[in-house]
Write a protein that binds this ligand. Structure first.
Ligand SMILES: NC(=O)c1ccc[n+]([C@@H]2O[C@H](COP(=O)([O-])OP(=O)(O)OC[C@H]3O[C@@H](n4cnc5c(N)ncnc54)[C@H](OP(=O)(O)O)[C@@H]3O)[C@@H](O)[C@H]2O)c1
Length: 251
């Protein structure tokens, strides 16, 4: 059975390597190609878009994909909707591995917003020095805020033709420690943070640091994802794959 794992998160390499050890299956990992140096595995990996929903349907059929695990980033909703629809069209079992969201706890000063545009509209009333901890793809939403200085952090710089808000771009890859995040916020005299509700441990320290410094966090909510079978940890996803392989063998 050939299994397509749609990647884009740290969990993917772990899931793919473990799934690859299940007898009787072949794994293909698919990445969008958003970073030049994705985590390496020995598994077969393809990089780049499929060419929309139709392209994906064509790929699934041509490559005789039998199962799809969608382990994409929680904000990568387009590929999830494409994959869910394509899987239905091709009658392929589809499972989403969803990273649990962060939840506010006592001491957090979150302002939850629907999208990046709303976050940008809110900032002038909130702060003059803002940490945009949202990666490179959404920076352009903040370009018109000329009275705010931004500290921006991304793994890689945005494309040369993309405009970047005024401030300083830090190129860093997590995980980040609490000590370093506290130091960063103090050094740059940050007054507010904009974050995606990405979940996971690797980038959570900034949320704790904001709590300790009593800074507001404009938390962008996750986009809608397909109403589909979902699991929240790697082991349950592996069990799902295993059960599908067993029932396939029995047929
Ligand atoms: N994609 C990631 O790996 C990733 C990682 C971290 C954060 N994010 C965040 O998610 C948000 C949206 O990002 P996005 O534009 O990458 O996602 P998206 O809006 O869901 O996808 C846009 C297009 O990228 C291609 N694509 C995405 N994931 C793919 C995969 N695993 N394999 C093959 N093609 C894939 C597809 O192109 P076709 O239509 O041509 O098939 C898809 O339609 C941003 O805020 C970004 O920072 C994404």
């Amino acid at each position: 059975m050939r299994v397509l794992i749609l990647g884009g998160t740290r969990e993917v390499s772990q899931l793919a390597v473990k799934a690859g050890a299940i007898p009787g299956i072949e794994i293909i990992v698919s990445l969008a190609g958003r970073t030049c140096q994705p985590i390496k595995t020995n598994l077969q990996t393809r990089i780049g878009g499929f060419g929309g929903r139709e392209g994906l349907v064509n790929y699934l059929q041509t490559n005789a994909i039998a199962l799809i695990i969608d382990a994409t980033h929680p904000f990568a909703a387009q590929i999830s909707f494409n994959a869910f629809t394509a899987a239905q069209r091709c009658n392929i079992p589809y499972l989403m591995l969803v990273r649990p969201q962060w939840q506010p706890v006592k001491g957090d000063r979150w302002i939850e917003v629907e999208d990046f545009k709303t976050a940008a509209d809110l900032l002038p009333s909130l702060a003059k020095r803002v940490f945009l901890s949202i990666g490179k793809q959404e920076l352009s939403n903040f370009i018109d805020l000329k009275n705010i200085w931004f500290l921006m952090r991304a793994i890689e710089p945005p494309a040369a033709n993309k405009l970047v808000p005024q401030g300083h771009l830090l190129l860093q890859k997590g995980p980040f420690s609490l000590i370093d995040e506290l130091q960063l916020l103090k050094e740059y005299q940050i007054e507010a943070i904009v974050s995606k509700n990405s979940g996971g441990k690797a980038t959570y320290a900034k949320i704790i640091a904001a709590r300790e410094l009593s800074l507001p966090v404009v938390m962008v909510k996750r986009p809608k994802i397909p109403e589909c079978d979902r699991v929240f940890d790697i082991e349950t996803a592996l069990n799902w794959i295993d059960s599908k392989v067993r029932s396939h063998k029995r047929k």
